[in-house]
Design a protein around this ligand. Structure first.
Ligand SMILES: Nc1ncnc2c1ncn2[C@@H]1O[C@H](COP(=O)(O)OP(=O)(O)OP(=O)(O)O)[C@@H](O)[C@H]1O
Ligand SMILES: [Mg+2]
Length: 151
């Protein structure tokens, strides 16, 4: 088991092209652990959903900043995706499958559900008018000798 403690921080504007950038950075960071391609795919998918939410929902009327923090402790990787946008009025409702305030042609209301199915822990803190922080955590169980990144 690797026990390298490490952390990272990344700040970028809430532009759609930065979703792929954030996803690749998160995967590269997590790849220090002995994870399988499936585990990396889980992490990339969850990061993608959380960052997309910050890009799509947080700043309806202006541009804004998204912060991605990562840390590794033992074989557990944690990420925080933070925005400083409109916030979420009712977090419990927002996390229900199929709940969405977005355009029904583009949004299915499954982002939080996807995060929950691919990560061990999903915690959401939000204040209307202040912004939102999504914390994602996953413990890497596998003992591989090789870790590949497919961004
Ligand atoms: N960072 C955020 N800032 C403000 N509101 C958010 C944020 N993240 C989520 N929400 C709210 O929570 C709802 C549910 O989010 P979720 O990701 O589950 O679904 P969605 O983004 O609407 O659709 P999908 O992710 O399937 O495209 C959103 O419709 C939005 O109202
Ligand atoms: Mg979403």
């Amino acid at each position: 088991m690797q026990t390298t403690d490490n952390y990272m921080e990344l700040t970028f504007p809430a532009h759609s092209q930065n979703e792929a950038f954030a996803r690749v950075c998160a995967a590269a960071f997590a790849a220090r652990l002995d994870c399988t391609i499936d585990e990396l795919t889980d992490i990339k998918t969850a990061i993608s959903e959380a960052v997309t939410n910050a890009i799509v929902h947080a700043y309806p009327a202006r541009s804004g900043k998204v912060l991605l923090r990562g840390s590794i402790n033992g074989n557990t990787v944690r990420f925080e995706i933070q925005d400083f946008g409109c916030g979420i009025e009712n977090i419990e409702q927002a996390m229900q499958p199929f709940f969405s305030t977005g355009n029904s042609a583009e949004r299915s209301g499954m982002g939080f559900t996807v995060m929950q199915s691919f990560m061990d822990t999903v915690a959401v803190h939000s204040q209307p008018g202040q912004g939102t922080v999504v914390r994602l955590e996953k413990t890497i169980l596998s003992q591989n000798t090789e870790c590949l990144i497919h961004a």
